[in-house]
Write a protein that binds this ligand. Sequence first.
Ligand code: ADP
Ligand code: MG
Length: 485
Amino acid sequence: MPNSNVLIIESNGTRADIVTSAMQFMGYVPQRWDASVPADSITHDWRAVYVGGIEDDEACEQALASLDMPADQVLVLVGADSPQLQRLTRGGSTYAAQIEVLDFPLRYERLAEAVRRAPTPRVAPSAAPLKLVGGSTAMGRVNALIRQVSPFDSSVLVLGESGTGKEMVARAIHDCSPRRDKPFVAINCGAIPAELLESELFGHEKGAFTGAISTRKGRFEMAEGGTLFLDEIGDMSLPMQVKLLRVLQERMYERVGSNRTQRCDVRIIAATHRNLESATAEGRFREDLYYRLSVFPLEMPSLREHLDDMPELISEFNQRLQRRGLNIVRFSTSALQAMRQHTWPGNVRELSNLVERLAILYPNGEVRANDLPEKYRGVQPIDEGGSILRAMLDGQNKPASAQGRGLMDTEVLLPEGGVDLKDHLADIEVGLIRQALDITDGVVAHAAKLLHMQRTTLVEKLRKYGLQACARANDASPQSGTAVA
Ligand SMILES: Nc1ncnc2c1ncn2[C@@H]1O[C@H](COP(=O)(O)OP(=O)(O)O)[C@@H](O)[C@H]1O
Ligand SMILES: [Mg+2]
């Protein structure tokens, strides 16, 4: 059971049901207030409270106090006809700044606007280590491999596209290994000019070459007892590969300009975005080194292969932003669905950059599909004139993944414990209706077209959730906007 996150304070049963359904439709988990059930006995994660028909001021205050939250940390939705409205909104009220007044019948776009203002829970700044997150099967496999290989000194070769988390994995292996209290040293073999790489790795004696003004330790020496991460190993020159192979075989090396042989005790983790097997076949990478390094290969999935981890990754990046004292950003269901259609060539790093960029543009706000930078939107506007505003993907921009996946993942795995199919299908339905309403700014006639259903059917469905259809000048029918509550 997910934690309750909106408390409904309403003595009128019918109203309470309407608000409960509407908040469920918005993706919240509502809980009706009951004076006899202490709020702290409910597993909660309060983000909002609704105050409606409750006459007794003291009872209302008691209900609000039961949230046990600082007033500026919770969104207060108040029914326009609530007997508490005046008291709560007048100057000096603790909640005045957080109040959103809701008229009945409830309308989707008004409610969406109100909940978008919900404050973001504060997290104390800390220097927590970066976490490798992701509950998907693909990331589960990666985590299992990390656990299996960590206790041993075997070399690991981490493969995968750029930004998939190869360096994070190398650190995770080190952190789980018996070497965790010794240094983890990383070097990007692709970024250092070939002629300097040897001295970077093995160190040099004073005067070994022009510019060697003092003796310097190399990365092998710095990593002594710990782990050396050789990033972009596929970019290492052939002569350097020979020298590296020798260290791996003999565990011995010399500083540049010295004949004194040093022993080393270093675990090697290498990574590359290149295909080393074909590099080997083409003679650009030594086969013997390849076999040495790939004792334990670990292939990172591209982000396209674990899109289900996106919400968890976003939450991790938000926490990182908070730790830097920056604002965070939330994504609506429609934005998340649109982002699933992107091909993510930069993988998790690209997602992390996008979250940071949007957190600057929409500090503590909620980003909808339309707010995303164009290439992440997936669904393109085809005419500004009005009839139907968005078409499904146009052929040119359609990424390969969109054809297989569509808007929803059709290959849903049946969970081990089975699934309540009716509830599950209802969730899918609500998610798609919300996206359609977001994309069409709540204009039901347009949303209905996107959903290939009759406008009246959609109005009826919304009514079931306690929501009124949006009447617009350009909305097709004069009857749109039927009052439902
Ligand atoms: N599973 C993950 N959980 C959390 N952050 C991740 C994950 N995978 C990648 N990242 C983040 O994405 C960015 C790129 O990761 P990195 O390890 O540098 O990728 P690579 O070395 O493959 O290019 C980093 O900010 C990293 O923290
Ligand atoms: Mg990297």
